[in-house]
Design a protein around this ligand. Structure first.
Ligand code: TXA
Ligand code: MG
Length: 324
């Protein structure tokens, strides 16, 4: 689709966004995690427009965003643990993979043929739009497939310019990495994607440890090894840096060498601040065209699990251009 991409503040653009969604068109919308590309989840042509704008493989299902628990229970079947998690963490950066409800108001294209659904009640404009439309909204992150998720309206517009009619601008996303995704496996609840809610916070409510997805098994179909990739290659756990490299660092880590550019995810060593800055710092370093982005070690605890996951994916070998 070729169109002009408008960027409007939430107050100015809310009515236009609602009208576009009612026409079955996709709109870039802020959430607390990252910006999403939202469309009416009940309509096949609306969902198809999301896949087309992102060049997303159709086997990769979308997260369904709901406004309230009544809408949530029309979409998915909640057991008592799921209800407890929703009551504690929604609206917020947690996605639950649950059995699809009978006659759920979700087009099968959004589910890629699965009988489970990834569901989330987000904070902010995306939830308000689902409430105003009175329909669930399918929304992946608003980036071209395989690229870094956007944390600003400008990043959405840069990636999807000419492909979507409107981006609502709600400022920089407060969490900065995508939602944590959990689902049931034979071993109980498992962490399918570490994200903006620390696993320990979920485990404290569940009363047990989350199983971790085995590396190599593809539980969340979107968890392809190379994902969330900037154009420049990444080198992790760096202790030295070369003059033609850019450096992404954390806290007061010392590194030998003088990089051509350097950004610190959080000079004070705060992992929430680091998550918030992760994708925007990678974008800025990438834009400078260095030979390589060297990244110093980041602690693995709390939100560090999600940060390290995204960095590992960004550093993974790239698929062939015609591939995923
Ligand atoms: O924070 C977020 O989660 C953002 C905002 C917009 O809500 N959304 C987001 O969506 O990150 P996306 O499409 O970029 O990532 C969704 C992930 C994909 O890896 C997909 O494969 C997985 O969720 N997923 C969707 N449905 C699933 C299901 N039924 N079972 C397992 N994984 C599923
Ligand atoms: Mg994504």
């Amino acid at each position: 689709m070729d169109c002009i991409t408008h960027v409007l503040g939430i107050e100015d653009g809310f009515g236009a966004a609602l009208a576009l969604l009612a026409e079955g068109r996709p709109v870039g919308v802020p959430t607390e995690t990252v910006y999403g590309l939202a469309a009416d989840a009940t309509r096949g042509e609306a969902v198809a427009a999301i896949y087309a704008a992102k060049d997303r493989p159709r086997f990769n299902p979308l997260i369904i965003h709901v406004a309230d628990m009544a809408m949530a229970r029309a979409v998915a079947r909640f057991d008592s643990a799921a209800l407890t998690l929703a009551a504690r963490f929604w609206p917020g950066p947690l996605t639950l993979v649950l059995p699809l409800a009978d006659a759920a108001p979700v087009h099968p294209l959004a589910l890629a043929g699965l009988d489970t659904v990834a569901i989330r009640m987000p904070q902010g404009a995306l939830r308000d739009l689902a409430a105003a439309l009175a329909r669930p909204l399918a929304a992946p992150s608003a980036n071209p497939s395989g690229r870094l998720s956007p944390t600003t309206a400008q990043a959405v517009a840069d990636g999807l310019k000419g492909r979507i009619p409107l981006v609502l601008d709600g400022g920089a996303a407060g969490v900065g990495v995508e939602s944590s995704i959990i689902g049931r496996t034979d071993q109980g609840w498992a962490l399918l994607r570490p994200g903006g809610l620390a696993a320990g916070d979920i485990e404290a409510v569940l009363g047990h440890r989350l199983a971790r997805a085995q590396s190599g098994t593809l539980i969340a179909p979107g968890m392809l090894a190379s994902h969330y990739a900037p154009g420049t290659r990444l080198r992790l756990d760096a202790t030295t840096v070369a003059p033609d490299e850019a450096l992404l660092t954390f806290g007061d880590t010392l590194v030998r060498g003088q990089p051509r550019a350097m950004l610190n995810l959080s000079p004070s060593g705060d992992l929430a601040e680091a998550a918030r800055n992760l994708f925007s710092h990678l974008r800025r370093l990438d834009a400078g065209g260095p030979e390589m982005i060297a990244v110093t070690p980041i602690p693995h605890e709390g939100l560090g699990e999600a940060i390290n996951d995204r960095l590992a994916r960004a550093a993974a070998p790239r698929p062939a251009p015609a591939g995923l």
